[in-house]
Design a protein around this ligand. Structure first.
Ligand SMILES: CC(C)(COP(=O)(O)OP(=O)(O)OC[C@H]1O[C@@H](n2cnc3c(N)ncnc32)[C@H](O)[C@@H]1OP(=O)(O)O)[C@@H](O)C(=O)NCCC(=O)NCCS
Length: 135
């Protein structure tokens, strides 16, 4: 089973909000209101994307890419939540996001913040090539 990324729609927001607030995810990601997510859907600086399986189109998470309007810092992976964990979807999502950022959007850099209480995500980021910058 593989995955793809598609633009999040208003119909997806219930699922996005549920995933964000779920006890398995909430300790690791910032909590946004529905209005904040809705504003990100068509924000020129952002891509709000649903992670879905191929070919059945089952939503298994979402990502938010930000900083696309020419920021010198490059693109920011603002959020990633995978609801069906341990299936490789997170790793594959990061591969797709890297392609989108560097090849499709021409970002000079892709960066993210990870909380110190999240070694699982940190290890995954390191495995796919992110390098720690404490500055
Ligand atoms: C972090 C997250 C995105 C990873 O997605 P995922 O689909 O569960 O991860 P994958 O199945 O692709 O696994 C990738 C790697 O994560 C690690 N991992 C996965 N499940 C794990 C577990 N239960 N315990 C420890 N490490 C685990 C492994 O290193 C794994 O590599 P492997 O496949 O070689 O074993 C997902 O778990 C998630 O949404 N977590 C909550 C929100 C969050 O932390 N977001 C990131 C904020 S910075």
């Amino acid at each position: 089973m593989t995955i793809r990324l598609r633009p999040t729609t208003p119909d997806d927001l219930d699922r996005v909000l549920d995933a964000e607030a779920h006890r398995e995810n909430a300790p690791f990601v910032t909590q946004w209101t529905r209005a904040q997510h809705a504003a990100a859907l068509d924000h020129p600086d952002m891509r709000h994307l649903v992670v879905e399986t191929v070919p059945d189109g089952r939503a298994v998470g979402y990502v938010i890419l930000a900083g696309l309007a020419g920021a010198r810092d490059g693109a920011e992976l603002r959020r990633i939540v995978v609801t069906d964990k341990g299936c490789g979807y997170g790793r594959e999502t990061l591969r797709l996001i890297k392609t989108m950022a560097f090849r499709d959007l021409g970002a000079p850099r892709l960066w993210l913040d990870v909380r110190t209480n999240n070694p699982k995500a940190k290890r995954l980021y390191e495995e796919v090539g992110f390098v720690e910058d404490r500055a």
